[in-house]
Design a protein around this ligand. Structure first.
Ligand code: BG6
Length: 509
C-alpha cells in the first residue's frame, strides 16, 4: 500500500478522552504496521498546560490500555511517543493560534513534514465554529504548495439549521475536498462489508428489492446506560446521538443503488439519493411510527441499576429519549412499500448492532405442517458487532417421514478468519484521511439530508413535550409499544444475543 504523504496531524482537544482512548492508540497501531508516512508528527493542542514529556507519558498509558498492538514492548511505544508533541493554547483566543503556527513551522524542519497539515477537531462542538476561522486568520487553512485537511468529529450540528450553518461556515475557510466529516461507524469493517455483500455477490443483489424483501430491521443496541456522559447526552438524546448519523449511514448502505465505482464521489452520490427518497413523517407518524423511551431504574442481575434521570449530569425531570424505534419508507423504485424499522437504545439487554433483511415467504405454502417457517421466510443478518459476521436463515427438511421443515443457520464469523487483522474504525478512517480518501467520510450535503429526515421529529418533540415518552426498565428491550411497530401477523423484532447465531433463546445479559 502506498504510504501517505509526509505531514503533521494536529489534534484539537488533545487532553480529551477520544484522543486518549481512540486516536493516539489508532495512530500507534498504524505505526506498528508501518503505515504512517516516512515523516510524520502529531501535535496535540488543548487548553491544559502540559509539557511534551507529560503529554507523551499520558498517551503512553492510552496506548498500553487501548491500542491493538499494546503488547509491543516499552521500546516501541517510547520510540513512537517521540513523534508526539503538545501545545497549550486558549482555543477561543485568535492570537493564540500564532503559537500553533510557529510550533508547526518549528516541527516542519526537523520532521520533514513539508507544511502538510491535517487538523482533527475533537474539541467541544462549540469550537467547531471557532477553530477553522482562527486557523484561517493565521493562513493555516489553505496553501498553494502544501495540503491542508480538517476532520470534524460528530455531532455535526444539533439540528438541520445548525448543520447548514456549520457547513456554510466551514466552506468559508476550507473547500469541500479538504473537509472530512467523521462517522466512526463507516470505519467499521463490517459496515464496509455491507457494500461487499451486496455488490460482490451475484446471489443477493437480484433479490435486494421490494419484490423479494418483506421488511428491513436495523438495530444498534447498547447494554450500558449513559454513565458519566449525562452532561453531553441529556441535551442530545438518542435521535441526535445515534440515529441522525450512525443509523442513517447504515440505512444508506443497505438501501443505495450500486455505485459505478468505489470512490468518494460515486458512493456519496448514491447515499444521498436514499436520504432524498425518505418519506417525511406526518403528524400521525410522530405518535404511531416513532416511539421514544427512557430507561428507568431496575433490578438487573441482582443489582439495582440507575434510571436515566438519576444519572450524573442528567436533569431529574429530563424528557430526553434514551431509546428510539421508527418505522418509515424509502419511496423509490427499489423499495416502494417495504417498511424499514430502526431502533437504538441505551440500557438494553445486550450490546449489538445488526441489519436484518427479512425476505418474503414463498408465494405458495407447500409445507403446511410448518407454517412458522413459511410465514417467517428467509432472513439474512449482517452483524456489525459483536461476533461480527453474516447469518442466513434457511429452511431445511427434518430427516425422516413427511416434509417437516426446520429453520437452520448458515453463518460466517469474522473470528474464524485466521491471521486476519481487523483494524479499528479510527485506525481505518485516520489512514484514509492521511491518503486523502473521503469515501468513508460523510459529505456536507449528505449530512444535511439526513438531518432533514430526523429534524422534524426532534422539532415536534420540542414543540409538543407531551408526546409520549415511554419508560422501560433498564435491561429490557425498550418500550412494549415498539413491538407494535412491526406490521404482520406474529412478526416482531429479532431479539439478538451476543452470539450471532443465537436468538429466541435465553440471552446472557
Ligand atoms: C457514539 C455515541 O457516537 O457511538 C455513543 O456518542 C455510542 O453514545 C457510540 O455509545 C456507539 O459506538 P460503538 O462503536 O460502540 O457502537
Amino acid at each position: 500500500m502506498k504510504k501517505p504523504d509526509d505531514h503533521i496531524l494536529v489534534i484539537f482537544g488533545a487532553s480529551g478522552d477520544l484522543t486518549f482512548r481512540k486516536l493516539v492508540p489508532a495512530i500507534f497501531d498504524l505505526y506498528m504496521q508501518d503505515l504512517l508516512p516516512g515523516h510524520f508528527a502529531m501535535l496535540g493542542v488543548s487548553r491544559s498546560e502540559m509539557s511534551d514529556e507529560a503529554f507523551r507519558n499520558k498517551m503512553k498509558e492510552g496506548i498500553q490500555r487501548f491500542a491493538k498492538f499494546n503488547n509491543s514492548g516499552d521500546d516501541k511505544i517510547n520510540n513512537f511517543c517521540k513523534i508526539l508533541y503538545y501545545q497549550a493554547i486558549d482555543t477561543s483566543a485568535e492570537e493564540d493560534y500564532a503559537k500553533v503556527k510557529s510550533r508547526l513551522e518549528e516541527l516542519d524542519g526537523p520532521c520533514n513534514t513539508c507544511g502538510n497539515y491535517t487538523y482533527y477537531l475533537s474539541a467541544p462542538p462549540s469550537l467547531y465554529t471557532v477553530i477553522p476561522g482562527f486557523l484561517a486568520a493565521h493562513d493555516l487553512n489553505k496553501s498553494e504548495s502544501n495540503w491542508r485537511r480538517i476532520i470534524i468529529e460528530k455531532p455535526f450540528g444539533t439540528d438541520l439549521k445548525s448543520a447548514l450553518e456549520l457547513n456554510k461556515y466551514l466552506l468559508q475557510y476550507f473547500d469541500e475536498e479538504q473537509i472530512f466529516r467523521i462517522d466512526h461507524y463507516l470505519g467499521k469493517e463490517t459496515v464496509q462489508n455491507i457494500l461487499v455483500t451486496r455488490f460482490a455477490n451475484s446471489i443477493y443483489e437480484p433479490l435486494w428489492n421490494s419484490n423479494f424483501i418483506h421488511h428491513v430491521e436495523i438495530t444498534a443496541a447498547e447494554n450500558l446506560g449513559v454513565g458519566s456522559r449525562g452532561g453531553y447526552y441529556d441535551p442530545a438524546g438518542a435521535m441526535r446521538d445515534m440515529v441522525q448519523n450512525h443509523l442513517m449511514q447504515l440505512l444508506a448502505l443497505v438501501a443505495m443503488e450500486p455505485p459505478t465505482v468505489i470512490d468518494a464521489g460515486a458512493i456519496r452520490n448514491e447515499k444521498i439519493k436514499v436520504f432524498q427518497s425518505l418519506r417525511p413523517f406526518t403528524e400521525a407518524d410522530f405518535y404511531k411510527n416513532v416511539i421514544r423511551g427512557q430507561y428507568t431504574s431496575a433490578h438487573v442481575q441482582g443489582k439495582q441499576t440507575k434510571g436515566y434521570r438519576e444519572e450524573t449530569g442528567v436533569n431529574p425531570d429530563s424528557r430526553t429519549e434514551t431509546y428510539v424505534a421508527m418505522k418509515f419508507f424509502v419511496d423509490n423504485w427499489r423499495w416502494g412499500g417495504v417498511p424499514f424499522y430502526i431502533r437504538t437504545g441505551k440500557a438494553l439487554p445486550t450490546t449489538v448492532s445488526e441489519i436484518v433483511i427479512h425476505f418474503k415467504p414463498t408465494p405458495h405454502k407447500l409445507f403446511v405442517e410448518n407454517l412458522d417457517f413459511c410465514n417467517d421466510g428467509n432472513v439474512l443478518v449482517l452483524r456489525i458487532q459483536p461476533d461480527e459476521g453474516i447469518l442466513l436463515k434457511t429452511g431445511m427438511k427434518i430427516p425422516g417421514a413427511g416434509f417437516q421443515v426446520k429453520n437452520v443457520n448458515m453463518d460466517f464469523h469474522y473470528k474464524d478468519l485466521q491471521e486476519t487483522y481487523v483494524p479499528s474504525a479510527y485506525e481505518r478512517l485516520l489512514l484514509d484521511c492521511m491518503q486523502g480518501d473521503a469515501t468513508l467520510y460523510t459529505r456536507g450535503d449528505g449530512v444535511e439530508e439526513a438531518w432533514k429526515f430526523v429534524d422534524p421529529v426532534i422539532q415536534y418533540w420540542h414543540d409538543n413535550p407531551d408526546t409520549p415518552l415511554y419508560g422501560y426498565p433498564a435491561g429490557t428491550w425498550g418500550p412494549d409499544m415498539a413491538d407494535n411497530l412491526i406490521d404482520g401477523d406474529n412478526l416482531t423484532w429479532r431479539y439478538p444475543c451476543k452470539n450471532l447465531a443465537d436468538d429466541g433463546i435465553y440471552c446472557e445479559l
